[in-house]
Design a protein around this ligand. Structure first.
Ligand code: FAD
Length: 482
């Protein structure tokens, strides 16, 4: 699909720096609060991650521009500061107990160059906002997580992966440059050639605050995806279907509550490149939540029996084998966004998403985990499996070539801690690791054993922030910062 309106230089929300401009010009961005020239206003707030497991009080400061950011720096004190995007990391990465949390979401605005597909974005812009603007113009955000509600800053700090990691790598791969506010107040422009850039990609906000980024989007021929679907009887079939020929967006949903062990549904999707007249499908790149879980949801309603019945329906309604079904990008990529506040379903104790990756020849670890889970009685309400391509040059980036599985588990389930400790041991022994952006429970020694380049990362981080200004609860709990 050619860009809808050729030639015109499009602007999403007010954003003027343009390609190569000095990053300070981003200070022109603004929203009613959190702007430069105004003394920082802090609000006492209780913050938690998406799993709602470890709520912690903090002083929250809304940041709309770089001067507001600089003004907030001295507030950190001994407890430190950490940036926060949309709070979609599952654990405690974007919170600081009794410290200062910088809410970057007011810092939004972007500029898409229609000819090159390069977008210059303030770090608080969400990927959903980018998609809504770019897809009708023929440009795709090259890596998308399972929700549209993540910011550019959060996507780089976690170096997020999508369903297409095997073909396309991580989000950070497409960041051509970024502006980083350092602990000493300097705003520096970095590229992949800089070690501080590589430590920032996947660095969980601990090298500084990402102020802006220049991202290379990908040309696409249509706002639709052509999707191949296969029902699978178990893990081995799922692994085979994930590696079968087909589109680059690959994912398996496994039903771990059914009597048949790990039956599921695998999809492989690609951008539709055919006759658009065939495409009598609405092509929205995002999803509008039509339902929301009420604040006072009685948590006990989420039970293995109800989820088992839901899974049965989901499995039966999926085609046994289907090729080339057309689907809108949003519907395919972000099914969970249709129900807002869905973590409330888990009640007040919340849930843990355990997401490890194991190398390609260690499928046995996945098998052992699935068997142990079923024996343990800990119910897994959602299980997703994906394949990963090779790791990149960022020392803390999560993906390595292999298999990643994500298990959603109620926090209150008896025996959960011991079970996940035993999974950690299996993952370490296999040369794998657990995703920091989903973690809420690992200990320092486990993280050290999982991330072999941790010391290299620490040396770069400590060099850029000798006073330890940037701190999150994740960082303190796991010893990422001293
Ligand atoms: C339903 C759902 C599906 C998901 N699917 C995937 C998936 O498929 N793949 C995947 O990789 N992840 C996935 N995630 C996780 C999510 O993509 C990451 O946790 C992402 O980092 C969240 O972005 P955020 O803007 O909400 O950041 P937050 O959760 O607010 O923060 C995450 C980290 O980024 C840092 N950070 C945020 N903004 C900045 C900034 N401006 N400068 C420096 N550091 C910053 C924070 O300090 C923190 O360490 C999913 C999450 C949900 C809820």
């Amino acid at each position: 699909m050619p860009p809808a309106e050729p030639a015109a230089r499009e602007t999403g929300r007010a954003f003027e720096p343009g390609r190569g401009a000095r990053q300070d010009s981003i200070a022109a961005l603004g929203s009613p609060d959190g702007r430069s020239g105004v003394a920082p206003v802090t609000v006492r707030a209780t913050l938690n991650g998406w799993g709602r497991v470890r709520p912690a009080p903090a002083e929250l400061v809304r940041i709309a521009d770089v001067e507001a950011l600089r003004a907030a720096l001295p507030l950190g004190g001994a407890r430190g500061l950490i940036a926060r995007g949309m709070g979609r990391s599952y654990g405690d990465a974007a919170q600081r107990s009794d410290g200062v949390v910088l809410d970057m979401t007011p810092h939004a605005g972007f500029d898409l160059d229609d000819d090159s597909g390069i977008v210059s974005a303030a770090s608080g812009v969400t990927l959903g906002e980018l998609l809504r603007f770019s897809v009708p113009r023929g440009w795709m955000v090259p890596v998308l997580p399972g929700t549209q509600h993540v910011t550019v800053g959060g996507a780089i700090a976690s170096d997020i992966h999508g369903k297409n990691h095997g073909a396309s790598g991580t989000f950070g791969t497409y960041a051509e440059a970024l502006g980083l506010l350092m602990a000493n107040g300097d705003l520096v422009e970095l590229t992949w050639r800089d070690e501080l850039f590589r430590a920032t990609v996947g660095g969980m906000g601990l090298t500084g605050v990402i102020v802006w980024a220049r991202i290379a989007l990908r040309p696409i021929s249509s706002p639709l995806l052509a999707v191949d679907t296969d029902r699978v009887a178990g893990l081995d079939e799922a692994l085979a279907a994930l590696t079968a020929p087909g589109g680059p967006y690959r994912v398996a949903w496994l039903d771990l509550l059914s009597a048949a062990p790990a039956r599921g549904v695998v999809t492989r999707a690609d951008h539709f490149d055919g006759d658009r007249d065939r495409a009598a499908v609405a092509g929205s790149p995002t999803v509008r939540a039509r339902l929301s879980v009420p604040r006072r949801w009685p948590g006990g309603l989420l039970q293995p029996s109800t989820v088992r019945a839901f899974n049965e329906l989901r499995f039966r309604r999926s085609p046994r084998r289907e090729r080339g079904r057309l689907e809108a990008i949003g519907r395919h990529m972000f099914p969970l966004d249709a129900l807002s506040e869905w973590p409330r379903l888990y009640g007040r104790h919340g849930f843990v998403q355990y997401q490890p990756v194991v190398p390609l020849d260690r499928e046995d670890v996945l098998r052992t985990m699935i068997v142990s889970l079923r024996r343990s009685g800990v119910p897994c309400y959602l299980c997703v499996l994906k394949d990963f391509g090779p790791a990149n040059a960022a020392p803390l980036s999560f993906p390595i070539r292999g298999w990643t599985i994500a298990l959603d588990l109620p926090r209150a389930a008896p025996g959960l801690d011991a079970l996940l400790d035993s999974f950690d041991e299996l993952v370490v022994a296999a040369g794998g690791r657990v995703y920091l952006s989903k973690d809420v429970r690992m200990r320092a020694e486990t993280v050290t054993a999982m991330y072999p380049r941790l010391e290299e990362w620490r040396a770069i981080r400590d060099g850029s922030d000798p006073e330890g200004v940037w701190r999150s609860d994740l960082a303190v709990r796991t010893g990422l910062v001293g």
